[in-house]
Design a protein around this ligand. Structure first.
Ligand SMILES: Cc1ncc(COP(=O)(O)O)c(C=O)c1O
Length: 435
């Protein structure tokens, strides 16, 4: 294996605070000192590093963005066309109206649409419009929703408020203390806690993913909907990761509970920046009473990519494929673990599957797993986000490698030599300062 990526990463650490723009792309979260970190090109499920080494990506498919696979020909053709026709002018691109109609057709409860280009900013817009509409300030939320002040404010009150909401340790330095007491967390499926917070505070919005790490318990989403209606609170479903996985649209379509606002990003445009906020007219009209505006929210590539992605998603029944591939991988993890005598816990919906090594040194075991899989030319960790490009043969060869790796891990655990087999430090978890 070459080392150009690791050398570049060392340079990046000195020049770019935190080395990357997205926490989830830090080498230290995967395999410190050994992770290839940078790619030269990618196609389908394959990624080539800076030394031309080829890997099959069985990790996060572009951190959830590339639901069709890397460099999808249909989406790329639409993007090339948008580039050739001019991606930006003084006038607007017609694709944004076409996309708005399509999103409202897919989600018949929604009447109006606004756009952004990233998930976090789109969530900040959704929260702003909910606050503008209700004239209230407080937010109750569950899960991870990005880096913006409204969200990190939860960690001003209790340092660990966001622990258990996907990412531990999100530090709120720089978030105004004045926002203390404006964002309150509750845990998924915990209706009692939500009721309690809603009874104590005048809330602008309930913010949550309709599904992610676990399925909703019977009646949970309906209860949330009812609490929101009763208290005049805007219900915002964050579909940035859950959208375009279980259906050709939001996951909420599957559960029959419509929010007031839903937010899409990531998979909506298969690797090109795009985000959409859709909602009922009554709430969305409040965008006219609060200033929310940005130059690059008007460029053409995002809507063109989204239209091509959504059309292919529907035409090829991509959600069915993702569920099928994800279930194969989950079943394979379970089988391999049972054969090796390893204790693992499975999690996540099938297209966004995950597992954890159920040992006190689970993170060390996971780091060794990534090292062993990298040696077999797989990008692999304890999560797998399926794409349309993942075929059963990729899953089979991956699972053969997983079986071999799990056998080595079981042996290493028994002999207490997991750490000794690591060629670098143990991977970190969550947000941390890079020295
Ligand atoms: C549920 C959810 N909300 C918001 C975000 C933030 O989106 P972005 O990274 O595009 O800003 C993410 C990203 O992982 C997410 O999974």
């Amino acid at each position: 294996m070459g080392h150009s990526g690791q050398q570049l990463y060392e340079r990046a650490r000195r020049r770019i605070p935190g080395a990357t723009q997205l926490l989830s792309k830090r080498a230290g979260l995967f395999l410190p000192g050994q992770w290839p970190s940078y790619y030269s090109r990618a196609k389908g499920v394959e990624v080539w590093d800076l030394d031309g080494e080829r890997y099959v990506d069985m990790a996060y498919s572009g951190i959830g963005a590339c639901v069709l696979g890397y460099a999808d020909p249909d989406v790329d053709a639409a993007v090339h066309e948008a580039v050739c026709l001019g991606s930006m002018t003084t006038l607007n691109c017609p694709e944004e109206v076409e996309l708005a109609d399509l999103l409202c057709e897919i989600h018949p409860w929604a009447e109006m649409v606004r756009y952004a280009r990233t998930g976090g900013e789109a969530m900040a817009m959704a929260v702003r419009v909910a606050r503008a509409h209700t004239g209230r300030e407080k937010i109750v939320f569950c899960g991870y929703h990005g880096w913006h002040d409204w969200y990190l404010a939860a960690n001003l009150s209790e340092n660990d408020a966001l622990v258990g909401h996907l990412l531990p340790g999100l530090a709120p330095a720089g978030v105004p203390q004045g926002l203390r007491g404006t964002a309150f967390p509750f845990h998924y499926n915990d209706v009692r806690k939500l009721e309690e917070i809603a009874a104590r505070h005048e809330l602008a919005a309930i913010v949550m993913e309709p599904v992610r790490g676990q399925e909703p318990q019977a009646g949970f989403l309906k209860s949330v909907r009812e609490i929101s209606r009763r208290s005049g609170t805007v219900l915002i479903f964050d579909e940035i990761s859950s959208g375009w996985r279980l259906t050709s649209g939001g996951a909420h379509l599957l559960y029959g509970v419509a929010p007031d606002v839903a937010v899409f990003a990531k998979a909506i445009s298969n690797g090109y920046p795009m985000a959409a906020i859709i909602g009922v007219a009554d709430v969305m009209q409040a965008f006219q009473s609060t200033f929310v505006s940005s130059t690059y929210w008007t460029e053409r590539i995002g809507p063109a990519a989204a239209l091509a992605t959504i059309r292919k998603h529907r035409r090829c029944e991509v959600a069915k494929h993702l569920i099928e591939i994800g279930n194969r991988v989950k079943a394979g993890w379970r089988r391999a673990a049972d054969r090796a005598g390893l204790a693992i816990k499975l999690g996540g919906i099938a297209p966004l599957a995950s597992f954890a090594f159920d040992y006190p040194n689970g993170q060390t075991v996971r780091t060794l797993f990534t090292q062993l899989m990298l040696e077999k030319r797989f990008l692999a960790t304890s999560g797998f986000y399926a794409s349309y490009a993942h075929q059963p043969e990729h899953v089979e060869s991956y699972l053969r490698a997983v079986e071999e790796a799990f056998a080595v891990l079981a042996d290493a655990i028994e002999k207490k030599e997991v750490e000794r087999l690591l060629k670098g430090p143990v991977a970190q978890a969550g947000f941390y300062r890079l020295a």
